[in-house]
Design a protein around this ligand. Structure first.
Ligand code: PLP
Length: 286
């Protein structure tokens, strides 16, 4: 892969930052990830919106506007030579020259990179559906940080993952403070009941893939809503799937060791998965 750092394009192995950077020390950073499929970006504008929104809320500034960032991302992809890439833009608070506690003294640092595309789910998991555990040990505090700021703070999600692995599952979902389902490490979740889709509304990153599911549902005439999803509702659903830039729409067929409905990938999930990839060839969805 290829990185952009301090004005230069470098092989990934040479892209290094200081351990005094607040992105590392305090998780004081925001980022966004977009994917490139068959050489084209998918929904780049939505990812740029979210990234620049996060920068503004965190009061970080970078020396590039949207077109400038877009150009850097395109250059990283072109130099990497990958037709299917996972592309990240990020900004850390940076390092303070005096090791001060005052974030205003740090010099914000913009970086970007393009690496080969990797999915949350592997090919076998996509064929048979993921096995997920719901970790009730870990809850996302209400609005401790704005969930719309995409960030690297994953202590809750990583603890949830270990809990899931201990129980023989492949990935995790964690709960919000009310005990409803929130999200997983790098993905949102949807369930389908009687033909209607729902996805958690609060305490979750507003995923671009989640948004794309709403757009596909509007086209297909499927009812979809953002609302509380209880653990019981998820386990009693007809279909469950997760959504992420890294992998798109991915089926879930087992929750806490018990099959979802008949344990097969559902019709609505299959339809949305097919449409999702079709839209990658549609310039209207670029
Ligand atoms: N939730 C979290 C915590 C994430 O980190 C991500 C993406 O990395 C998502 C959800 C999915 O968002 P998107 O569809 O924009 O990739």
């Amino acid at each position: 892969g290829i990185a952009f750092l301090d004005g230069q394009y470098l092989p990934m192995s040479q892209a290094k930052i200081s351990v005094l950077d607040w992105g590392f020390l305090h998780s004081d950073a925001t980022y966004d990830t977009v994917h490139v499929w068959n050489g084209s970006f998918f929904r780049l504008d939505l990812h740029l919106d979210r990234f620049f929104g996060g920068l503004e809320k965190l009061r970080m500034t970078i020396p590039f506007d949207r077109d400038g960032v877009s150009e850097i991302l395109h250059n990283c992809v072109a130099l990497s030579g990958h037709r299917a890439a996972y592309v990240e833009m990020l900004c850390t608070r940076g390092a303070s020259p005096t090791f001060s506690r005052d974030p205003r003294q740090a010099v914000n640092r913009f970086m970007a990179f393009a690496v080969p595309f990797g999915s949350v789910a592997n090919a076998e998991q996509l064929r048979r559906g993921l096995h997920v555990a719901i970790s009730d040990k870990v809850r996302i505090p209400p609005a401790s940080i704005d969930p719309a700021i995409k960030n690297y703070h994953w202590l809750d999600l990583v603890r949830g993952l270990y809990d899931a692995y201990d129980r023989g599952a492949e990935t995790a979902l964690i709960l919000d403070f009310n005990g409803n389902v929130a999200e997983g490490p790098g993905f949102n979740v949807f369930c389908v009941k009687d033909g209607r889709l729902s996805t958690p509304a609060i305490g979750v990153l507003p995923g671009i893939t989640r948004r794309t599911v709403f757009d596909l549902c509007a086209e297909e005439g499927f009812a979809a809503a953002a609302a509380d999803v209880s653990v019981a509702a998820l386990k009693g659903a007809d279909e469950v799937f997760i959504t992420s830039t890294a992998g798109g729409i991915m089926p879930v067929t087992v929750i806490d060791g018990v099959p979802v409905a008949d344990g097969k990938i559902g019709a609505i999930t299959s339809r949305l998965m097919a449409l999702y990839w079709q839209k990658h060839d549609d310039p209207a969805w670029a």
